[in-house]
Design a protein around this ligand. Structure first.
Ligand code: ZN
Ligand code: ZN
Length: 195
């Protein structure tokens, strides 16, 4: 197995950047997601449409993420008041992270586009919402992905490491940036085929 190393990430314009500590295949799950939310998020941020392709995500724990510059550019939106928090760089609209709303659920999905090099993450081992010919979606490696996320979350709770997160003030469980909840119907409008 490749040795773990710190891996730099940055937004497209380079203003916001940081490191993923100890990047290696065994500290997370290298996944691809083709769900509607991930696609709509890219479109909302003015990024190129990933469809019909997926977006790449490395799922790990927030204690591995350090923002070393441009932290004031870190902004966050959500498609509804219970949906995932979608963190991005306000400077240039780069989608960077997804997290649950509860910091005790130590989970972060990092958009792999923001890494200069994805080789340290290992190959993609899980794929969500893969489109099929009959219009339905299927998943690959989903159980393994959920299993490893749950065991990492449990470990972070046991050790108290869930408190090391760049995304929340953990005393008040408040996100470090105000959350913009998009009006209902935004996602549908984003995904509507251009006429
Ligand atoms: Zn930027
Ligand atoms: Zn998704």
């Amino acid at each position: 197995m490749a040795a773990a190393r710190d891996l730099a990430f940055a937004c497209n314009c380079g203003k916001l950047g940081g490191t993923l500590r100890g990047a290696a295949p065994n500290v997370g799950t290298h996944a691809e997601c083709s769900c509607r939310d991930c696609r709509a998020a890219e479109l909302h941020l003015g990024q190129p449409d990933p469809a019909p392709g997926p977006v790449g995500i490395f799922q790990t724990t927030p204690d591995r993420v350090t923002i070393t510059k441009g932290a004031d550019e870190l902004a966050v939106f959500s498609f509804g008041d219970k949906n995932l928090l979608r963190w991005h760089a306000a400077c240039c609209g780069t989608a960077l992270f997804n997290t649950p709303r509860n910091p005790k659920l130590s989970f972060v999905g990092i958009r792999t586009n923001s890494f200069a090099d994805t080789a340290p993450l290992g190959p993609v081992v899980a794929q969500g919402f893969i489109p099929t010919k009959n219009g339905k979606t299927r998943h690959k490696g989903l159980l393994r992905m959920i299993g490893s996320a749950l065991s990492r979350i449990a470990m972070q709770r046991l050790t108290g490491r869930w408190k090391n997160t760049p995304f929340f003030d953990t005393n008040s469980a408040t996100p470090v940036s105000p959350v913009t909840v998009l009006p209902q119907g935004t996602r549908k409008a984003l995904l509507a085929p251009a006429s």
